[in-house]
Design a protein around this ligand. Sequence first.
Ligand SMILES: Cc1cc2nc3c(=O)[nH]c(=O)nc-3n(C[C@H](O)[C@H](O)[C@H](O)COP(=O)(O)O)c2cc1C
Length: 217
Amino acid sequence: MDLYEAMRCAPTSRRFKPDPVPREALLRALEAARFAPSGGNRQGWRVVVVEDPERRAALRDLYLPHWRAYTEQTGAALMLADPDAFDAARVRVVRGADDYANGLAEVPMHLVVGVRLEDLAVTDAALGRQSIVGGASVYPFVQNLLLALRGEGLGAALTTLLVPAEDEVRRLLEIPEDIALAAHIGVGYRAGEWPTRLARRPVQEFAFSERYGVPLR
Ligand SMILES: Cc1cc2nc3c(=O)[nH]c(=O)nc-3n(C[C@H](O)[C@H](O)[C@H](O)COP(=O)(O)O)c2cc1C
């Protein structure tokens, strides 16, 4: 698959066929994803691949309370309760995410991505605001992985709602204390068509010339 094509059409897949993910496809994707950049080239990412049905069900049970809390906080729960009162396209996305959460145990493969905390170069730690830089040493790897999986014809859903359950996930998957959870990726063959165009803002809305707010032409 052409690189630009993969970048433009790697959507979140939330419904999957029951077919297992071929081990060779996963290994090829991980093999390519590992060339991601990281601060100091420390490559602190770690991935636990979960296919065992009982562990997948346990991950679902850890995910669901956080998903439900999220729907309450964001108003998504109101959309699910009274869909006719909301914009149909938004309701579709929330329903898809809700079905994904409820059906998480049936997603063929779960990738639990962590990162070694001591490998993170957190250059904004002293700024007195929410730190963002630590993630920059793991999420390029995650995005590489999503693109590589797309190149393998596989669908994937990146979520972070398992992270609040870090302690329980750590116990379940025997992840050491020095590894922080960064993401959960559900993987499988996508059920249904691939979209040809994702909803994204145009370049002119977020990229500027020389000074913030000056249109880039
Ligand atoms: C940090 C992060 C967290 C996300 N969390 C969730 C989630 O909890 N549930 C979900 O269904 N999708 C989740 N997503 C997927 C987004 O909803 C998705 O990328 C966005 O809606 C764009 O959808 P599209 O790629 O299908 O066009 C998350 C994505 C990111 C980057």
